[in-house]
Design a protein around this ligand. Sequence first.
Ligand code: NAD
Length: 281
Amino acid sequence: MGRGIAQALADGGHRVSVVESVAEVAAHVEALDHPRIALRGLEDAVADCDLVIEAVSENVDVKLALWRRIDDLAAPRTLFATNTSSIDIDELARVLGDPTRLLGLHWFNPAVVVPCVEVVLGSLTGEATATAAAAMMASVGKQPIRVRTAPGFVANRLQFALFREAMLCLEEGLASAEDIDRIVQTSFGPRLARLGPLLSADLGGLDTYAAILQYLSAHLGERFEPPQSLMRMVAEGRLGAKSGAGVRGLDAAEYDELSRGMADLLRDAYRRPDAAPVPRS
Ligand SMILES: NC(=O)c1ccc[n+]([C@@H]2O[C@H](COP(=O)([O-])OP(=O)(O)OC[C@H]3O[C@@H](n4cnc5c(N)ncnc54)[C@H](O)[C@@H]3O)[C@@H](O)[C@H]2O)c1
């Protein structure tokens, strides 16, 4: 991830210093041969920079040890960011002299391609830190989206819920690994990518979604229990597009327009639904 992040920032016009402890990995960074990327030692790299992005292995102790060193070496004006996928920002901020300087900048692989960067605010992250870091992400063409810290933040909480169920479907012998992936690619995957899970539910009908979750929780366990907020909305008659009020808070006319235009909206997303990266055997 570090290499991709460095490349994205350098492509966006920034001078980037990369610190990598394994020579073989450092050689991959060198091979980029990018005029704005240089390999440096930690002391030189953090001595006078605008932003440090830590992207070492997803291990709390490894990260804490590194953050203690960065905190000693960096200038007071430098912003601190971690690319952690799941670790609560507050858990890392506690070793810093000034925890308001740290936030999460959660990039996605491949970093040079994926627009979203989750800008993760710890409970002590300063507003100035968040604003400056988000502006820097926008300056290199990324789409910074603010979230509050919690294990997994938003993207990985969603992504890993799906991954876990996919592994369980495989483990239970419901379908082959290849077919599980193909089902997602050719069914709800493209729609989910275009609408997101909440607008999808509004268009599908919140009462139907609630009923499905109730059935699933009765048969598959409490991990499928419908959230109280969903049951409340259903009780109040907020059923999504069909009732003109839903989770996304659009007005009745907007929901109506979306419902009527959904097939056109999604046609492109489903073009060549069988275009999988690995050919079927
Ligand atoms: N893999 C992904 O898709 C992905 C996506 C988003 C975020 N992340 C996060 O990014 C971070 C890195 O993930 P990754 O998949 O690139 O892991 P990785 O294990 O492939 O890379 C980590 C790199 O850090 C180096 N390293 C470890 N300790 C170091 C130190 N003290 N100084 C310098 N270099 C050091 C390692 O040699 C290794 O090359 C993790 O926090 C991960 O959760 C990963």
